[in-house]
Design a protein around this ligand. Sequence first.
Ligand code: SF4
Length: 182
Amino acid sequence: MKRLLLHICCGPCSITTLTTLLDQGLEVTGLFYNPNIHPLTEYVKRRDGCLDVAGRLGVPVIVKDDEYDPQAWFRDMAYREANRCFHCYARRLERTAAIAKRGGFDAFSTTLLYSKHQKHDAIAALGRDMESPKTRFHYHDFREGWSEGIETSKDWGIYRQQYCGCLYSENERYARELGKKS
Ligand code: SF4
């Protein structure tokens, strides 16, 4: 059975992704590596949602809490905020590919391919750039299971986030609150 390392961004995005990969006959291990999620309390909620889903599906998860370093992330994004998503995807996929190679996995992939809100083609291209002969990028358009994933996450009571992850995206999500008086 082929071993695949799946980068997981949150609980809801992992449901359809994991069930699809398991149905494809892959032996899946999750990787929670997301230094882009701010603040820390939000990171913890998404991490725990990921672990809840993985536990229900019997999938082990490597958690990189020790690499949660917002300062390093902000330094990395400085002066390229306008193109930050590309660098954010690249950083997470690079780390996933490196851990997959070192761990002897046959393939790696990411739950970012599930989201209709992300730049799907850019993520797929980055993944292909980072594959190697022994550790391939496993592409699948998980967006086809979008509605099913949402419904199951609600049924299971998995934490559902209100913004993509970084402080910039949180500001964009709630910008309309500025200037309002309570
Ligand atoms: S909006 Fe989302 S993908 Fe883009 S930089 Fe922020 S956390 Fe990363």
